[in-house]
Design a protein around this ligand. Structure first.
Ligand code: FPP
Length: 243
């Protein structure tokens, strides 16, 4: 089914990189008197259309917050449901994503994930690593502060090895050691469900991001809602600290 929604020509300008905090699955499940796992499953189902639309609009990058380092604190049943969804998502989507030349990058510490999830994510990155289309970043076991600490450690190791002079550490050298590497900063960050927090997502990459907070719960976030957020972005006047 083709993606419904606006086309590139409808937007005066589009972001190069969109981030999405997919919030509200729990409230959606409660509202519909369903188990929380079904809220998350429903929240995975609309992802396909959102990714397709991002690709159709030739937006270069999309970063999705799927599982934070804090999400381990949820009940074992909910964590297990989210872990299963990770496997299901890649099983059902990887062929189409690869055919569309999408390049997948996982943001976060894969080492702490169960073996099957780790293998699935590594394989998705390997299989799509040479693709030149949409950069799809999926944050799993991710925390923005942990990402910065990791980059600082990597820089310290280079200094220790004698390959880097501390005086040469700058935004460029720090930025390239983040999970996003050489990708552009996030231009637009969307968080659904009406919550207005960054919750430790892409702290560095959001330095100049515009924020849009649609009130719909994530499973109800449609392509039409996405277009509204993109149109709101197009109306914003971005000055990057200048006049
Ligand atoms: C926040 O809703 C959502 C999450 C913690 C999980 C988001 C994950 C998905 C949509 C699955 C995506 C999976 C892949 C592999 C891309 P919440 O449960 O915190 O909602 P609440 O605040 O209403 O309780």
């Amino acid at each position: 089914m083709p993606t419904q929604g606006k086309t590139i020509a409808d937007f005066p300008r589009l972001p190069r990189h969109v981030g999405i905090i997919m919030d509200g699955n729990g409230r959606w499940a409660k509202k519909h008197r369903l188990a929380i796992a079904l809220g998350h499953r429903s929240g995975t189902e609309n992802l396909r259309e959102i990714i397709r639309h991002t690709d159709d609009l030739k937006i270069g990058g999309l970063s999705l917050y799927a599982f934070s380092t804090e999400n381990w604190r949820r009940s074992p049943e909910e964590v297990a449901a989210l872990m299963q969804l990770i496997l299901d998502f890649f099983a059902s989507e990887i062929d189409e994503l690869d055919e569309k030349h999408v390049r997948i990058t996982i943001l976060g510490d894969k080492a702490a994930l169960p073996q099957r999830q780790r293998d699935t994510l590594l394989e998705a990155e390997r299989r799509t690593g040479a693709n030149t289309g949409l950069r799809l970043n999926i944050a799993i076991n991710y925390g923005g502060r942990a990402e910065l600490v990791r980059a600082a450690r990597l820089l310290a190791e280079e200094v220790k090895a004698g390959t880097l002079d501390p005086a040469d550490i700058d935004e460029e050298s720090m930025g390239r050691l983040l999970y996003t590497g050489d990708q552009p900063d996030v231009d637009l960050m969307i968080r659904t469900s009406g919550e207005m927090r960054l919750s430790n997502f892409m702290l560095w990459q959001c330095a100049y991001a515009e924020f849009v907070f649609p009130t719909v719960l994530w499973p109800d976030f449609s392509v039409a809602e996405y277009d509204k957020a993109l149109m709101e972005y197009a109306r914003r006047d971005r000055r990057f600290g200048g006049r």
